[in-house]
Design a protein. Structure first.
Length: 202
């Protein structure tokens, strides 16, 4: 574990890179308030831990050896992102929209965050290709796995919470009908782009 600090640097850079989870958090911060945004962040974090656990089991070898299995995950992930994008893009702004989002349950927001993480194969690629490089084969695997995986999840919570707080500061400007409409269209367009990009990557 001599490279633990290097691992933290790699993880921080990976999490801060704009992607579906970051856009999801920013949108939630403006539309749903901090408490429900935090529920979504926890869902994203749990999804990443699930992916880490999958990569540590025999399922990893199935996904590495089976192009069909990996492609299926990629297509499902892309379809879900595009679905969310279209739904966001078609949502109108205004007080009515804010009220609808405010009524959404914590579980619903949490589960959306979980699905965004679990259906994104980029996380699986990270834990299959990069994660093992920080494992010392001469030491017990489980304690190292737990340390690295939990570190990743905690950093997600910290970084996404920071993003949410920054977005919350701009909420006053974005909470108008025009501002929310633009936010929904921008977020929706990004989700569609992420989905299309994911579907076309090899």
């Amino acid at each position: 574990m001599d490279n633990y600090l290097v691992y933290i640097g790699v993880v921080v850079a990976t999490i801060m890179l704009p992607g579906p989870a970051v856009v999801f958090t920013l949108n939630n911060s403006v539309m749903k308030g901090f408490s429900k945004t935090f529920a979504g962040i926890c869902g994203v974090s749990l999804g990443v831990f699930a992916i880490a656990s999958i990569s540590a089991t025999s399922i990893r070898f199935v996904l590495e050896s089976s192009l069909v299995a990996f492609t299926l995950i990629k297509v499902l992930g892309a379809a879900y992102l595009i679905y969310l994008g279209v739904k966001m893009f078609r949502t109108k702004g205004g007080l009515q929209t804010t009220a609808v989002h405010a009524q959404m349950s914590y579980f619903n927001v949490f589960f959306k965050g979980f699905l965004i993480s679990i259906t994104n194969p980029k996380g699986l690629v990270f834990f299959i290709s990069i994660f093992p490089q920080f494992i010392n084969v001469q030491e017990a695997y489980l304690p190292q796995f737990l340390l690295l995986a939990v570190t990743f999840c905690l950093l997600i919570v910290v970084i996404h919470t920071s993003y949410a707080m920054c977005a919350g500061m701009a909420k006053a400007k974005l909470s108008s009908e025009k501002g929310m409409s633009l936010l929904n269209k921008a977020s929706g367009s990004l989700f569609v782009c992420f989905g299309v990009g994911l579907a076309t990557t090899r």
